[in-house]
Design a protein around this ligand. Structure first.
Ligand code: FES
Ligand SMILES: [Fe+2]
Length: 353
């Protein structure tokens, strides 16, 4: 995968061990791997054929002096961790400890069965907006009512102007109470119980990961166009009434999952004003297209919602580029997470503790 100007190989060794390596030969710097995916037994540089093991160890470098210390020329490694089937990679020299993220995410992710899920569909987008605009767009639903006609039918977090009208509070309160009872048989529990988006990230505590389960609107069991189930139940679910699982990790990932499918979105910077975005639809490992699900029913909800957002972000990028642009105020009701993201980001670039 390409992260701006960095090229990265994510690969499993023979025993399944996960490795993330910089795709840069330690001889003269050539890219080694140019296929987007595949299987190899060794990584061989196409330039002068230096040959590396799947963990990056240099195995052969014909034509070099025999006293060359090959142990010094393994591929540069990145930090990689796996949580319930999701792979997290850090380009940092000293990444933040991962334990807290693992503890917070794993129990919520496990019942969804991502570890054994299969990809039903992947869609790639090159969006003409800086990745931070795309992320900021994801951190508020101020724009949802006007821009996401499908999304707002299924979800609660969209009511202008401050999310806390008595009617909406009552609706979600009743559903949370009902869900609490029904979900208990599956050992699931609502962890997001109020209208308004979950507070995330926590810039003060430097929390970059978050997951929660919340009810969908009454009558909806899936984030599909009509709210009906569109694929077999995923993971450990025993019935369709599991609400929606939402996961987000900074700086570039979110997932919304229903009982029957999950949709993951990954942002990768591709230059100052471009973001390479991949959206994955995940289904049960044994689900067969045409027999168990139909892509025409599985994909439109999040394809439309995603594409609506890309359009918003591209328009915003153009406006932000104007010589007349100056930032306006955030809504304290609707954009607290955008403000928090900006603080989180500034802490990172200023290397504050
Ligand atoms: S650049 Fe890779 S072997 Fe020479
Ligand atoms: Fe949106």
């Amino acid at each position: 995968m390409e992260v701006d100007s960095d090229s990265i190989i994510v690969i499993r060794g023979a025993n399944g061990t996960l490795h993330a390596l910089h795709n840069v030969c330690r001889h003269r710097g050539s890219l080694i791997c140019s296929e987007p995916c595949g299987q190899v037994s060794r990584l061989v540089c196409p330039y002068h054929q230096w040959t590396y093991d799947l963990d990056g160890t240099l195995l052969a470098c014909r034509g070099m002096p025999s006293d060359l210390d090959m142990s010094r020329f393994g591929l540069h490694r990145l930090h990689a961790r796996e949580v319930e089937g999701l792979i997290f990679i850090s380009l940092a020299t000293n990444p933040a400890p991962f334990g807290a993220a693992q503890r917070a995410l794993a129990p919520l992710l496990k019942p969804q069965g991502f570890r054994r899920a299969r990809v039903a569909k992947a869609a790639d987008y090159l969006v003409k907006a800086n990745w931070k605009l795309v992320w900021e767009n994801n951190r508020e639903c101020y724009h949802c009512t006007a821009n996401h006609p499908q999304y707002v039918k299924a979800n609660f977090d969209h009511h202008n102007t401050d999310d806390t009208t008595p009617r909406v509070r009552e609706e979600i309160g009743a559903l949370v109470a009902r869900s609490e009872k029904k979900w208990a048989v599956q050992s699931l529990a609502p962890t997001h119980r109020q209208t308004g988006m979950t507070v995330f990230p926590d810039a003060g505590k430097d929390i970059w990961f978050s997951a929660n389960r919340t009810p969908l609107v009454e009558g909806w069991v899936s984030e599909s166009m009509d709210g009906k189930q569109v694929a077999p139940l995923m993971g450990d679910y025993q019935n369709a009434d599991v609400g929606t699982l939402r996961i987000r990790t900074l700086p570039n990932f979110w997932n919304h999952s229903s009982c029957d499918h999950g949709v993951s979105t990954r942002l990768l910077p591709a230059g100052l004003q471009q973001t390479a975005i991949r959206v994955y639809w995940l289904v049960h490992e044994n689900a067969v297209e045409g027999r168990d699900y139909d892509l025409a029913k599985l994909t439109p909800f999040w394809r439309l919602t995603s594409e609506q957002d890309w359009l918003i972000c591209e328009r915003q990028q153009k406006g932000v580029n104007s010589s007349a642009y100056t930032p306006g105020p955030y809504s304290k009701f609707k954009e607290y997470n955008v403000e928090s993201f900006v603080r989180w980001y500034l802490k990172r670039v200023r290397r504050e503790p």
